[in-house]
Design a binder for this molecule. Structure first.
Ligand SMILES: [Zn+2]
Length: 305
C-alpha cells in the first residue's frame, strides 16, 4: 500500500487523508465515521469492517512521534480487506464470515495535531504554535509526544491519574510539555474525551493501543484485568517474537489501556512496535510490519468473548 517510501516520506494529515479515501474507494464494505475533533479541529476518524455490535477496537498514534503506528494499522486494514474482497481464507478461516461474527474498528490516528507537529513543525499547531515553539526550544525537544497544548494523551485517562499526577510533579513535569504531562485533570483533552465517549457508546470486546517503540506487549492494569489477558498476550508475543512486559513507574496508569481495563473489565493491550529511537525511520516500516503481521491477524480475528 505504501509505495516509494524514502527518508523524505511524510505520513502527515494530507497523506493519511488520501490513504483513507483510497481504502474507502477500494473496499465498499468499510464503514467510516468521525469520533470527534482534535484541538486544532482535525477530524479523528474511525474505519470499521464487519459486525458493529460485536467488535474489537484498535487505536494508533496517541503520541505524535509514533505516526508509524498509523501506517501499520492502515496497511493491515488494506491487506485484510483485499483478502476479504478476494474471498480468501486465513489460517483456514473464512474472513468474511469471521468479521461478520466479530468486527474490527480502527482509529488510525488519535493525535493528529501531535503527529503534524512532529512532521511539519510548530506552525501546524494553529493557535498553539507559539506554545509549541516555546516548549520545543526550552527543552531542546527532538520529539513531540503530546497534543497541541502539551498534554500527553496517554497520561490523561481516568485510571490512577491522581497517582500519576503526583509522580509527574516529583519528576518536575508540572505543566505543558512535549511528553508526559497528564493535564490539569483526567479527560481534559478533546482527543481523550472523543475516545472515551466512543468506547462508552460501543460495547467493544477488547482494545489495543499501538505505540512505538520496544517490541513489547503490555496487558495488565490492576484488579480488573481479565484472566484471559495474560494468555492472549502470550499468543501475541509468540506470533511476533515481542516480549511481554510491565510498565516502568512513569508509564503506569493514566493510559488508554489502563482506563479500558478499569472501566470495562475487558482485555486491553498496549503494543510497542519496532525498535530504535522515535520517530522510527519510515524506511523501517516494511521490516516492522512484516514481523508483526501474523500478530495483527491473530489479534484481529481472536474471539475475545
Ligand atoms: Zn507511545
Amino acid at each position: 500500500m505504501f509505495e516509494n517510501i524514502t527518508d523524505n516520506y511524510k505520513f502527515n494529515f494530507l497523506t493519511r487523508k488520501s490513504v483513507i479515501s483510497n481504502l474507502l474507494k477500494n473496499y465498499n464494505f468499510i464503514s467510516y465515521g468521525i469520533i470527534g475533533k482534535s484541538l486544532c479541529n482535525r477530524p479523528i476518524e474511525y474505519l470499521s469492517i464487519g459486525n458493529k455490535n460485536n467488535c474489537n477496537l484498535w487505536v494508533s498514534a496517541h503520541h505524535g512521534s509514533e505516526y508509524i503506528t498509523s501506517m501499520i494499522v492502515l496497511n493491515f486494514l488494506d491487506n485484510i480487506c483485499e483478502k476479504i474482497k478476494q474471498n480468501q481464507k486465513l489460517y483456514g478461516i473464512d474472513l468474511k464470515e469471521q468479521f461478520n461474527k466479530q468486527g474490527l474498528v480502527i482509529v488510525p490516528c488519535l493525535n493528529h495535531d501531535g503527529v503534524e507537529i512532529q512532521l511539519m513543525g510548530p506552525n501546524s499547531a494553529g493557535k498553539y504554535s507559539n506554545l509549541v515553539s516555546k516548549i520545543i526550544s526550552e527543552n531542546h525537544a527532538e520529539i513531540w509526544q503530546a497534543n497541541a497544548r502539551g498534554v500527553d494523551l496517554n497520561h490523561n485517562y481516568n485510571a490512577g491519574w491522581e497517582k500519576l499526577h503526583i509522580l509527574e510533579q516529583k519528576n518536575n513535569i508540572t505543566g505543558p510539555s512535549y511528553k508526559r504531562y497528564g493535564g490539569t485533570h483526567f479527560h481534559s483533552e478533546p482527543e481523550t474525551i472523543s475516545l472515551v465517549n466512543f468506547c462508552e457508546k460501543n460495547n467493544f470486546n477488547s482494545a489495543t493501543a499501538f505505540h512505538s517503540q520496544g517490541e513489547e506487549i503490555y496487558w495488565d492494569y490492576g484488579k480488573n484485568t481479565p484472566k484471559i489477558s495474560r494468555n492472549i498476550a502470550n499468543i501475541l508475543a509468540i506470533s511476533s517474537k515481542y516480549t511481554i512486559n510491565s510498565p516502568e513507574q512513569l508509564a503506569t496508569g493514566g493510559g488508554f489501556k489502563d482506563w479500558f481495563i478499569t472501566r470495562f473489565k475487558k482485555p486491553g493491550f498496549t503494543i510497542e512496535v519496532g525498535l530504535g529511537k522515535n520517530p522510527l525511520p519510515i524506511t523501517n516500516f516494511e521490516n516492522i510490519y512484516t514481523k508483526i503481521e501474523p500478530m495483527l491477524y491473530i489479534n484481529s480475528i481472536y474471539d475475545f468473548n
